[in-house]
Design a protein around this ligand. Sequence first.
Ligand code: BT5
Length: 253
Amino acid sequence: MNFTILHLDAIDSTNSEALRRARAGVDEGLCVIAREQIAGRGRRDRTWTSPKDVGLYLSVVLRPKLEPEILPLITFAAAIAVYDTLLELGLRPDIKWPNDIQVAEKKICGILAETAETDKSVAVVVGIGINMLLGSVPPEFGETATSIESELGKTVTFSELERPLLDHFNVRFTRLCAAGGADAITREWSLRSSYFRDKPVRVTLSHGSVTGLTDGLESNGALRVRSADGSVTIVQAGDVEKLRTEKVSRTGP
Ligand code: BT5
């Protein structure tokens, strides 16, 4: 994929701008990057705090020729790309299912993939927000969020982050779209995430919650959670919270 990079000063949300341009027919590979987002978004209309010049706010337009059930794995391809980029900068990242990258168990990056029907094809916009400088971490999330600067003890420039991230994403997305791509991406994800297996978690679902140990992924990226009674819940969407090990004991097969 060839990227066309559009640098903006300020925008409501790079995802919203990329979706608008996708609906207007732009080709795959448009990458919208803004210095500031006035209405940066997380999942389910949550806010992604995006102050000026302290974080990377980036969205890529894709026109994937993938079966619909595989589309959630685009988030995984992006997570692998962020992970590898941060690792090369000297950090020790972890991927928290489904869309967070953490360092020292604090959120340093969030990913938001959104789909739009357009005249040309189905478009997917994958948005990535990375906290770079200290000022990117919202004060109210000081305990749960972090930045590259606070973890590395030094700053990195936008160019040190942007190009490697896009290159890694290109490789992973191309892999996902090739034969056997879904298996390859879930396998590569599993090698980078401590949440893949035997992680004690509580998952908040749209109705209720489930507690147990993670037990791998389904082929579409859904998370398997095995409860103490041995039952397995397949989680397509939810918020995962890590629990202390003693709160969950393993039973069943
Ligand atoms: C996400 O949602 O983590 C997806 C964030 C995606 C942001 C990118 S930036 C470029 C593109 N354009 C957009 O408008 N969005 C994408 P979720 O898992 O729902 O997490 C959102 C939650 O993370 C919020 O409710 C806060 O608790 C927390 N949060 C908000 N801003 C944060 C920040 N800068 N750093 C760490 N945590 C934050």
